[in-house]
Design a protein around this ligand. Structure first.
Ligand code: ZN
Ligand code: ZN
Ligand code: ZN
Ligand code: ZN
Ligand code: ZN
Ligand code: ZN
Length: 458
């Protein structure tokens, strides 16, 4: 043993003795939940190899330690660099290195695939373009910068004409027409037939005359006035259309050399006027119509019992056409009064019969054909108290034939209101003016009116 080794042995012995002494003085309680420190690398990891980390327990007096294996770091790749760029048809390469390249030598490379061409449209090749009748070439270019090919060319067949067609001669119902095509590129023209419309049994291509009135051999008689016709001068097709406004024609007949166009539709009677019409000789429609009066017929004429006019007796009755008659109820007898129309014709009689304290009023027409459409009478105690409203009050209007109690009444005023159709030609209905002759055939009406007026005014 040389001196150097002797010194080392003495030092080692002292360390062991000191350790034993300190251990004996500071020994910790035994435990299993060690408090590990942050650890220190026992062996550092690299990109591709794992490392080993050593941990110690920090609890005072515990000398426990452990070793833990760690994963490799993996390479830390940088950006790709392009040592050789790709283009439309050729591939390129790319590379990248690890940031710890100096230690690990990590390096990665890959192929970049070709991009393919970016072709534009095919276009006619200048100087060699195809036209309607000649084959030619067309060319297209790649839009990618750096393309090794740049463009390509191909053969194209002649384009053929591009005709735009229009009918230049219209076909008719019997003749073909013509259509002409003009090439939009070279102005070449071509013609083709257009089939005719094929005769009468279809609607197109005809050459019509102007519209005219139909003949009775062309349409039903009843439609002659409602229609118009035209025909094709080529094929004879006949077209019939309705007129907007019918052209009726008045029907006429000739009798004994005289021409008539009015016909009796409904004869006139006492009930009312009749009707004569003009009709269309084709469709029978009534074109004109007019009333036919009964010869002598007077319609809806007001009738009153003949006496002084009410308006002259009582100013409250001004404007009314009524007449008033005074009646004496003191004698048991039948008194007769004239019934006169507004137009001054005597058409009948009113009878006032006084019995034992009753009176009944009736009437009779001179002509049994006279039609009475309305007939009432009014009875008042005197002329002065009558109002216009009384004479239109339906509750005061009494039908003829009514018998009334008199209750001692000795005097009354009667107004009659009738409406008739009468025949002025019948001699039973005679003129009865205020200045004419009364029912007795002798007394002047003016005298009768004067007497009645005096009586009514009392
Ligand atoms: Zn511990
Ligand atoms: Zn690396
Ligand atoms: Zn290209
Ligand atoms: Zn052409
Ligand atoms: Zn035709
Ligand atoms: Zn007609």
């Amino acid at each position: 043993m040389n001196r150097k080794l002797q010194r080392l042995a003495v030092f080692a012995l002292m360390v062991v003795m000191l350790g034993t002494f300190v251990g004996a003085a500071l020994a910790a309680e035994p435990h299993t939940d060690h408090q590990w420190d942050e650890g220190v690398w026992d062996k550092e990891p690299t990109c591709t190899n794992g490392g080993i980390k050593k941990f110690r327990c920090t609890v005072s007096g515990c000398s426990e330690e452990k070793y833990v294996n760690t994963d490799p770091l993996g390479h830390d790749w940088g950006e790709w660099s392009i040592p050789k760029a790709s283009n439309c048809t050729e591939s390129g390469t790319k590379e990248r290195i690890c940031s710890r390249y100096a230690v690990c030598g990590g390096k990665d490379s890959d192929i970049v695939m070709p991009t393919g061409h970016n072709w534009g449209p095919w276009l006619p090749k200048t100087g060699e373009a195809a036209d309607c009748t000649t084959a030619g070439k067309e060319v297209r270019s790649c839009g990618n910068a750096g393309c090794p090919v740049k463009s390509e060319t191909r053969d194209v067949a002649a384009l053929g004409h591009n005709y735009m067609w229009s009918v230049t001669t219209q076909p008719t119902c019997t003749e073909d027409g013509v259509r002409t095509g003009k090439c939009s590129r070279c102005n070449d023209t071509e013609t083709e037939p257009v089939a005719k419309y094929n005769g009468k049994n279809q609607s197109q291509g005809h050459t019509f005359t102007a519209w005219r009135d139909p003949k009775d051999t062309e349409v039903e008689k009843s439609r002659i006035c409602q229609t118009k016709v035209r025909e094709c001068t080529e094929c004879g097709r006949l077209e019939i259309a309705n007129l907007d406004k019918p052209k009726h024609v008045v029907r006429k007949t000739t009798k004994n050399g005289k021409t008539y166009e009015w016909f009796m539709r409904e004869p006139a009677t006492m009930n009312g006027p009749g009707r004569a019409v003009q009709t269309c000789k084709y469709c029978g429609k009534v074109i004109k119509s007019r009333e036919i009066k009964f010869e002598g017929g007077r319609y809806n004429i007001a009738v009153t019992a003949f006496g002084p006019r009410a308006s002259a007796i009582n100013s409250a009755l001004f404007g009314l056409n009524d007449r008033l008659i005074p009646v004496d109820f003191t004698k048991i007898e039948e008194q007769v009064f004239a019934l006169v129309t507004d137009d001054g014709i005597l058409v009948g009689e009113m009878r006032v019969s006084v019995m034992d304290d009753t009176v009944s009023v009736s009437y009779q027409m001179n002509d049994s054909q006279t039609i009475v459409s309305q007939a009432v009478f009014y009875m008042f105690p005197d002329a002065q108290s009558i109002t216009a409203a009384d004479l239109s009050d339906p509750t005061r209007a009494m039908p003829f034939g009514t018998t009334l109690p008199l209750n001692g009444q000795t005097y009354g005023v009667i107004a009659a209101r009738l409406v008739v159709n009468y025949n002025a030609e019948n001699s039973a209905n005679r003129a009865f003016p205020d200045s004419g002759i009364y029912l007795d055939g002798a007394t002047n009406n003016a005298t009768i009116l004067q007497e009645m007026t005096t009586n009514l005014m009392e």
